[in-house]
Every structure is written in structure tokens, then in C-alpha cells.
Design a protein around this ligand. Sequence first.
Ligand code: UDP
Ligand code: MG
Length: 318
Amino acid sequence: METFTGISVVIPVYNEDDNVLELYKKIKSIMSAQNKAYEIIFIDDGSTDNTFQDLSAIHENDDRVKILRFRNNFGKAAALSKGFEYAKGNIVITMDGDLQDDPEEIPNFLDKINEGYDLVSGWKYDRKDPITKTIPSKIFNILTRKITGVHIHDFNCGFKAYRSDVTKSIRIYGELHRYIPVIAFWKGYRVGEIKVKHHARRHGKSKYGSRRLLKGFLDLITIKFLSGFSARPLHFFGTFGFLFFVSGFIICLYLTIMHVLFIFEGVPEWEIRMRPLLLMGTLLIISGIQLISVGLIGEMIYSLSKDDNTSMIIEVLE
Ligand code: UDP
Ligand code: MG
């Protein structure tokens, strides 16, 4: 794909018809002052209002503006993912399309990238959202920071800047967009943070409630698992499976020996059908085999998947 040295601004929008025009104007004035090549990519995530019509009108007058229109509402992660695929600049900025993120911050992101960071995440340190959102979000951020070891304050901030290596090598789906900094960090990219201004939403509705917290934590398990074991599922499942199997085997072996002794000696308590332990031994063996099988299936799936070894290499000297 043809690429250019410059900036791709990627903006997922879902029912933001009161916001897109004003946002476009602001971005345009900031970007023109930068004296760099740029493009603005709006991903219309299946809007049911006039967002697409408004975007088309903008596109008519400005060929720097590209629009990807989704057939249905597939979610922010899907929108970002397609935007990343399509973006041609060597630096990618993502921001929300609801005017809560301030385009004036773009130059600060670029400065931070120039300091050598591969990903710079915004921190809405003075967040202008209802308390039902800010409190769950604080808890979410503290836990994510503890569990992942990535020391930024605001994982879920939609305002971020990336070198295109990052956006081209990260796969996100579902609601995993919250964990982009984590995935990038684990892949070895330098992740930084800057404080950003945040505005209250003036038009349109927020699409995410506080219910997303639970889902966020399920995703955290996925992320933690994928980072640690996706390339060696048998190590994870196999360890438990093996332990279960061996303990079950020892228990059953012991019960069998005792039963043989019962046949010769006739002590009634040694008879195998009198031993509740038999149930535990059998369960351990069966679940052990199950876990090992799951691990083996995981290995098969992984061996068939196309892994992105390209993103492991920074440079090659030959
Ligand atoms: N968005 C999207 N698809 C969705 C939900 C949201 O593209 O299914 C966009 C939305 O239009 C906005 C950004 O993602 O540009 C952030 O959404 P929102 O402002 O609703 O989230 P909040 O700021 O309330 O966390
Ligand atoms: Mg918002």
C-alpha cells in the first residue's frame, strides 16, 4: 500500500451528526498550521442519523477527508481497526468524534512522539463526564495498571498518537481497544502519556454506560492470557491438566492396590466400592485429560494462525 510521511487522523463516529462538521473544521485549522501532509479518516460505524450525509458533504469539498462507512454498528474497536488498516500516514492520531477531545492537543502528541515514543496516550486528568462514569473508570484504570504493569492513567482515552508500526501490527476486536497501550507495551513498543484537555459532551449521547466495567474486566483476562500464553497454550492448560491427572492417577492406583489387598485379606474398609475417594480420583483424571486436550487444541489453532513475526524486528543489519 502507498504510504506517506505525515499524519492520519482516525475518528470513529456513531450518530454524531451534530459534531462532525465542527470537529472537522477544528482539525483542519490545526493541521494546516502544522505544515505536514495529512489525511482525516472518519469511520461511520453504522450511524442511523445524518452523520454519513454530513461526512459526505465534507468529503466533497476536501479530498484529504476519507470516509469508511460500516454497514452496521460494529463498535469502536472494529472502527479503529479498519481505520488503522486504511491509514497511510507514518503517524496515526485517533480521537473521539464527539468534540470531547480537543484537536488543539494534536501538536503536543506529535512532540511526544518525536521524543521517541511509539504510542502516546492521552490522560483526561480533568475529565468532564458524569460521576457514574468517572468513578468506575478510576477503578478500572487502577486495576489495569496493577495487573498489566503499564503505568499510564487513562487506558480508555480515545485520544492517542501512534507510529504506524504500532497500528499496523496490533489486532483489536470486540472491545479490546481499551487495551491497545497494554498490547503495544507487551510487544515492546515505548508507551508514553500526555495530559489532555477534555470537554463535556454538548451534542449527542454517550454510547457507553458504566455497565462496560464488567466486560472490561473479562477483556482484561483475555489480554492477560493472550499476552502470556497465546503462543504456548499447552503450557497453561497442560500444567493444570498434568497435575490433575497425576494426582488422580496416584489416588486410583492406591485404591486399586488396597482393593487387591482386600481380595486377599478380606478387610471390608479396603474394598474399592466403599471408598468415596474413588470419585475424586476419577474426576481428577478426567478433568486432567480434558485440560490437556484443550491445550493441544490451542496448540493446533496457534500453529495454523498467521503470526505477525514482522513486528518483533526493529531493524536488520546485514
Ligand atoms: N463510537 C463508535 N461506535 C460505537 C460507539 C461509539 O464509533 O459503537 C464512537 C463515538 O461516536 C465517539 C467515540 O466512539 O466518537 C467515543 O464514544 P462515546 O463518546 O460515546 O464514549 P464516551 O466518551 O462516553 O466514553
Ligand atoms: Mg465521548
